[in-house]
Design a protein around this ligand. Sequence first.
Ligand code: PEP
Ligand code: MG
Length: 521
Amino acid sequence: MERLSTHISTGGLARGTALLYPDAPAESFSESSESPLETFRSALSASSREIEGTVAEGTLSEILSAHLEMLSDPLLTETVEADIRKGMGAREAVEAASEEISSMFDAIDDEYLRSRKDDVRDVCRRIIRNMASPAAASSSDPEQDVIVVAAELFPSDTVRMDFSRVRGFVLEKGSVTSHVAILARGYGIPALFGIPVGNIHDGDRLLVDGNSGELIINPDAGTESHFSEKLTSFSPFPEAGEEGECPVKVYANAGSIAEVRKAMENGADGVGLFRSEFLYMKGNALPTEDVQYETYAEAARLCGEKPLTIRTLDIGGDKALPYLELPREDNPFLGFRAIRISLARPELFRPQIRAILRSSAHGRIRILLPMITRVEEVLKAKEIISLCMKELDGEHLPYDPEVEIGVMVETPASVLIAEELAKEVDFFSVGTNDLTQYVMVADRGNSSVASYYDVTDPAVMRALSIIANAAAKEHIPVGICGEAASDAALQPDLLRMGFTSLSVPCSMVSQTRRNLMTIKI
Ligand code: PEP
Ligand code: MG
C-alpha cells in the first residue's frame, strides 16, 4: 500500500482499477504496409471523421472545431508531408511537426494564443493514434470501473472515454481550472493533479479522495473497508435544495416575467439581477409607475420568500431609449449612463423607486443601483428612496421598510472605494461584464480588442479580490451577476475569494449548483 497526496484536486470519492492512459504508446503502434504518406493522409481523414462524429457542447465543441480546422491547415499538413518526402516515417514526421509548430507558439506574447499550443499537440497525438491499428487504438477503452491515470490529458482523449466506467482521474499535469477538472465536476467524479504517476501500474487498485487530495495505491483490507464506508454515504450530486450542501447561493438573472418563472422552476435561490430595462425598451414611452408596479409585484409573487433583486434603470452605453432623446455622445460607455441618468432625472427615477417599493409588499425585494462611481451617488439615491417611502406612508400604500439596498460594483472607481461603499449598503453585486471592460479598457462589444477583454486577467482578478475583501470587512453579502458567475473554470477561484452568491442565466442554475457542490475550497 502507498499513499500520495496533492493540494490540487476537485472534490469527490472514487475507487477503481488504474488504467494508464497511453501517450500514443510505441507498443500499440504498428505502421501499416501503406507508404508513410498514405498512412499520414488516412490518419488525417480518420481524425477528421472522428471529430465530426463527436457530440460535444460548449467550450469542448469550440475546441474540437478549432482542431478540425487545424487538421486541414497547410502549416501542419505541408510540414509533415515535406518531412516524409525527406525520408521520415509518418509518426516521426508528425511528432517533429508537433514540436516545430508548438515551439512557434512559445514566441507569442499573448498568453491565450500561447496556450493554443496544447491544441497543436493534441491534434498531433490524435493523428498518431489513428495511425495505429484500430484494435490497438480501442484496446485502451475501459471495461470496468477505472481510474484514468496519465501524465496529461487533452480534450480529444477525454471525448473518447466511456464515462459509464471512468470513476476518477489521477494526473501529473493540470489544474482545477483545466478542461479535465471541469469535465470531472460535470460527472461528479474526483480528479487529482500534480501526482507523479511513474509508480502506478495498469491494474493497480486505487482509492481516490478528491476532498482531501489523497491517493491510495493497492490499499490493505482495513483501508479499503474504511473507504467503502465513506463511499456509501457520499453523494456526488446532492439533491438541489439540500440545506448546507451548496457553498453559495445560486441566483438567476432575469429580464422578463417569463425568465423569473423559469428561474424558480429551475430551483434558483432567488433572482440576483432583474434587468428592469426591458420594461422601458418594449414600448414607445416611459412605463408608468402602475405598469412597473404590476410587473415587479408579479415577479415578487413568483419568487415568494426568495429575494428578487431589481436593478434600477441601466440605460446609456449601448442601451438606447429612443423616446428619451438623450444627447449624442462620443464615448457612450463613459457617458451619461444608468445611475447618472436616474439621479439627474428624478421624474424617471422616482416612479421606478415607488413602483419597486410598492412591490416589496408582495415579496422580498432588494434594490440594486447600477454604475456607481461615488459614495455621494449612493447617499443621494438613498435619500430619494426615503423620500418615496414617506410619500407612500402618506398615501397609506404598503411597502417593506427594511428593503435592502445594494450597488453594482462594475467600475474601477467603485472597486477603489469598495470599503466606503460597503459601509453604506446592504449588499454588493459585481457586474463583471462592465468591470472587465472598464478595468481592461476594452469595449465589451469590440472584437478587435477581444483579447484584452478577459475576466481572468490578473488585473480583473485582483479587482474581484479587493471587492470581496471589502464586503467581508463590513459583513455584507457579495455576489457576482456578470457572465463570469457561470464560468465553471472560474468558480473555484470565486469561492476562494469569498463571494457569497453567483447569479447566472436561468438555464445555467442547475448546472452551476452541481459544479459548486463538488468544488473543494
Ligand atoms: C455586468 O455589467 O456584468 C452586468 C451584469 O450588467 P449588464 O451586463 O446588464 O451591463
Ligand atoms: Mg453592467
